[in-house]
Design a protein around this ligand. Structure first.
Ligand code: NAI
Ligand code: MG
Length: 354
């Protein structure tokens, strides 16, 4: 197959790890007989410097004309003093919105070699393999009005709004993922207090009828926050609204022990997707060949699985990553006893070879 991939390196370590994505695509292409045509464009601070805006039209056009998008990370001290409407991070919000990316997915696997880095007990951290499906374009973050009122601005209002359609499409996405995995779906809400959660729960129960192979349970968000620490192994797919998903996915991401390992996908209704590591541009280590490229490489694997219908190819990349870790190699952000610490370039080469 021939596929066109837009690669947007962005800023800081984004520029170093993007080459890891290109390298594994080339290797996977050779091994499985595909041709990946990669085209690069700027986003974030680099785009501000080159084009005066964090999301140039040319970058958006390229993204729309590609089969999928890979993004490094944006932001850095150089642009921190710009007004918020002009900052690099705006580029990211804008591209998500322009591409209609409503479903944010964060798989949290456990890496046996890394359980020592986890703040949880090894027997708990070692038993984790979950997927968090977060609604990305509705709820409190986009509710109108969001304002201050009263004579002295002593009243603040944020509005939590969802339409039935918005809830249905994310819930259906989650059921689809659950039926392709272990068949367990946990819907997280606050239905004992919030009307939006009551509608959320109704819709989950309605859709459950279409997926007889999926077992559904409902959990309040406060209980879910607790269970993610006490027994994370009980979860397979979690689906939840925007704010709850933001908080729970950051909480869950710590189970693996390093930000440098975690990929994410953001999907539109048609299945078009933007794939990026969960971490940022890490200005403290940028340009030093220290960045862990595995989150970027695992994001590339997700892209193959979710957007390009190349499951086997994506799993081959995931196995290559596991194999490098099992052979005792890691980057300096990981704490693995008796391991060999390598730089960004060498880690990319180790994975590519496998
Ligand atoms: P960060 O994720 O960039 O860094 C947090 C800490 O983790 C740092 O100590 C960093 O060295 C380390 N780290 C992160 N990724 C790593 C990797 N792959 N390998 C090794 N170590 C890694 O978050 P921070 O410092 O809060 O933000 C830095 C900049 O990134 C800011 O401008 C922020 O706005 C931006 N940012 C961008 C995101 C994106 O593009 N999606 C997401 C989060 C932050
Ligand atoms: Mg967050």
């Amino acid at each position: 197959m021939k596929k066109k991939i837009a690669v947007l390196p962005g800023d800081g370590i984004g520029r170093e790890i993007a080459s890891g994505a290109a390298a594994v695509l080339e290797a996977a292409g050779k091994r499985f007989g595909h041709e990946f045509e990669i085209e690069y464009a700027e986003i974030g601070g680099a785009a501000i410097d080159a084009h005066g805006t964090p999301l140039p039209d040319s970058t958006l056009e390229l993204a729309k004309n590609s089969d999928a998008v890979l993004l490094g990370a944006v932001g850095g001290p150089k642009w921190d003093n710009l007004p918020s409407a002009q900052r690099p991070e705006r580029g990211l919000l804008a591209i998500r919105k322009e591409l209609g990316l409503f479903a944010n997915l964060r798989p949290i696997p456990s890496f046996q070699k890394l359980v020592q880095s986890s703040p949880l007990k090894p027997e708990i951290a070692g038993n984790v393999n979950m997927l968090i499906v977060r609604e990305l374009t509705g709820g409190l973050y986009f509710g109108k009005p969001s304002e201050r009122r009263g004579e002295n601005n002593e009243v603040v209002v944020d509005t939590l709004q969802y339409t039935r359609d918005e809830i249905e499409r994310i819930v259906v996405k989650a059921f689809e993922f659950a039926s392709g995995r272990s068949g367990r779906l946990t819907s997280v809400d606050k239905a004992n207090v919030l009307e939006s959660s009551r509608m959320w729960r109704e819709i989950v129960n309605e859709k459950a009828a279409d997926y007889p192979n999926v077992t559904v349970d409902h959990m309040y968000v406060d209980a879910a926050a607790m269970k993610l620490i006490s027994s994370p192994g009980q979860f397979d797919v979690i689906v939840t609204e925007n704010l709850f998903g933001d908080i729970l996915s950051d909480e869950a991401s710590m189970i693996t022990g390093s930000l440098g390992m975690l990929p994410s996908a953001s999907l539109s209704e048609s299945g078009f997707g933007l794939y990026e590591p969960v971490h940022g541009s890490a200005p403290d280590i940028a340009g030093q060949n220290k960045a862990n490229p595995l989150a970027m490489i695992l994001s590339t694997a997700l892209m193959l699985k979710y957007s390009l219908n190349m499951r086997e190819e994506g799993e081959a990349i995931e196995r290559a990553v596991q194999s490098v870790l099992n052979d005792g190699y890691c980057t300096s952000d990981l704490q693995m006893e008796g391991s060999t610490v390598v730089g960004t370039d060498q880690m990319i080469e180790l994975v590519t070879k496998r």
